[in-house]
Design a protein around this ligand. Sequence first.
Ligand SMILES: Nc1nc2c(ncn2[C@@H]2O[C@H](COP(=O)(O)OP(=O)(O)OP(=O)(O)O)[C@@H](O)[C@H]2O)c(=O)[nH]1
Length: 298
Amino acid sequence: MDTRTGPSETTQRTLPSSGPRGATPRSACVVVIHGEGLGARADIGGARVLVGRSQEADLCIAHKSVSREHCQVWRDGDEYRVRDLGATNPTRVNDEPVTEAALADGDHVTVGESILKFISHTSVEANYHEEIYQLATRDALTDLCNRRHFTEQVDREIARALRHGRPLSMCIVDVDLFKPINDRYGHISGDEVLRAIAAQVQRHARHGDLAARIGGEEFAVLLPECDATAAHAFAERLRADVAATLFAPGDESQHITVSIGIAGLAPGRNTRSRLMAAADAALYRAKADGRNRVRIAD
Ligand SMILES: Nc1nc2c(ncn2[C@@H]2O[C@H](COP(=O)(O)OP(=O)(O)OP(=O)(O)O)[C@@H](O)[C@H]2O)c(=O)[nH]1
């Protein structure tokens, strides 16, 4: 049973899994081209994009020169506009302080000590920034999110979940007895197995979930709006799917399994490090109990 419900929010929600990959270069966007947050981007779709230091901003720039809610950018008919939200360091467009202004392709929007560039949908430069963003946030082997991007998103989602009193769970997925596969068939075959399992992880993740490769043969999935019971159902489906798959490293058919540890956000477990540590401890129990198992943190 899916126990998740959608949050009701007025600003654009940049869902983790629909971040860089889901965004097409054709949509207008703002990209940080200088200072804190370099490379981060937010697409300007139907909803207003909030830029600020708040973890809940659509484009979060974690620097003291940036106000929690610094400015917002939105589409208004055929044009795009920016409005300062009473920031301590007023928003500037091409170095001029503004209360509200229309944006033209290539305009620079100064937010604290960071500079954003506005790129309209017609700009070929959007493709370049998209490429750079992909390189910075994806794992090259599996195309899942990389560890750095994952941890940033976890911080944001924890802040959001705590603020709105919503559930949030994390699963850590570790391939069982992977070393013998590498040793027997070589690293290239091992990589193919990792790619195949990563694809399964991604397939089972839903819109709004965030799947990442966080270590050699270790994956993580963050499940917003999902308590540990619902996360268990997800993890069990993934575990069973992997266990039922016939892999063929070195052209030898065989079954490979994964162990999964789960932790949900809880009063004493409300930071990234505590959540990850709890999911890790549950994973350790899954391994100790014989592997090919799902365990939930106490
Ligand atoms: N092919 C490949 N192997 C990797 C990569 N990163 C790590 N590994 C290998 O993954 C293996 C992990 O082995 P261990 O941590 O000992 O664990 P395990 O054999 O999976 O056993 P359990 O986790 O206890 O079930 C090591 O052999 C690493 O060399 C990678 O990117 N590609």
